[in-house]
Write a new protein. Structure first.
Length: 288
């Protein structure tokens, strides 16, 4: 701990927050790319659904045809009377004899909350964490007297109960014994015995061990820092928690949304304030 604390004071702090700024910019660019892709996908879905409702396919060549008005006599590639020439095989058929067009893209509702968040660089662990039920001993913790600590938590190993937030850590030399060593905590240490359905969660390491699925199919860097949503307890014989996870390919496009089973100890609720933590605590442990 002494060596880690010295490394933090001797350039680690600047390196950490520099990486935070870099990843914020990179993640924003990636998130923007995914949102643009989703918008284009929605436009394609809408176009395909319109064709499924209004178009049919030529019985000979399979070309998409649309009936604007008039009788049911059709000619593939032109109007029935020879006008409006387009690509087509020239087959004559009746509208009712043609198969309806089948949408090539299935309609899928994707809300803003389903836009994937990207894996957090392990070197900037803790940038989004919220430590509930522990307050900064110096600012108590910042924003209009709100409780809990956002981001990295610094715990003095010499004092019985002295924790500070990242903002106040810069002032420790002026307000605390400079010889004291601080433990840098990147994940919340509050233990949740289970988590309700629909709780948003982040996959985190515990006691130095990185998260992995119960079947070992996904582990380490492929899971740590990812976001998901609780689906419920794992089905027997597995003993853990089912979580929905979004898979993103190398083009930052959504490949699929799938389900994984993990131990609840590697799930950290995504919280932003003490009030959210207290509400979740009441659901898990009861009002008392």
């Amino acid at each position: 701990l002494r060596e880690k604390w010295l490394a933090w004071l001797s350039g680690g702090r600047e390196d950490y927050f520099g990486r935070v700024r870099q990843q914020s910019a990179a993640n924003q660019a990636a998130a923007d790319a995914v949102r643009i892709g989703l918008e284009r996908h929605r436009e394609l879905e809408q176009d395909e659904q319109w064709k499924a409702r209004n178009c049919r396919v030529c019985p000979r060549c399979g070309r998409v045809v649309q009936k604007l008005d008039g009788c049911d006599a059709m000619v593939c590639g032109s109007d029935a009377h020879g006008g409006n020439q387009q690509h087509g095989c020239g087959n004559h058929f009746y509208w009712d004899d043609a198969e309806p067009y089948t949408a090539a893209v299935q309609l899928r509702v994707v809300g803003e909350t389903e836009v994937p968040q990207f894996t957090e660089d392990s070197r900037v662990r803790g940038r989004h964490v919220f430590h509930p039920f522990v307050d900064c001993a110096m600012c108590g913790s910042g924003e209009q007297g709100s409780r809990g600590i956002k981001g990295l938590r610094f715990h003095c190993i010499h004092c019985q109960s002295f924790d500070v937030c990242a903002d106040c850590e810069l002032q420790l030399a002026e307000h605390h014994d400079p010889g004291h060593i601080f433990r840098i905590i990147a994940e919340s240490e509050f233990h949740w015995e289970w988590l309700p359905v629909d709780t948003p969660v982040r996959f985190v390491r515990r006691s130095g061990k990185r998260p992995r699925t119960l079947d070992g199919s996904i582990r380490g860097n492929d899971l740590e820092g990812r976001l998901g949503r609780v689906l419920g307890p794992s089905l027997p014989p597995l003993e853990g928690t089912r979580v929905s996870l979004v898979s993103v390919n190398h083009l930052n496009a959504i490949d699929m949304m799938f389900e994984v089973n993990v131990s609840v100890e590697h799930l950290e609720p995504v919280l932003t304030c003490q009030e959210e933590a207290e509400e979740l605590f009441a659901k898990v442990y009861g009002e008392g």
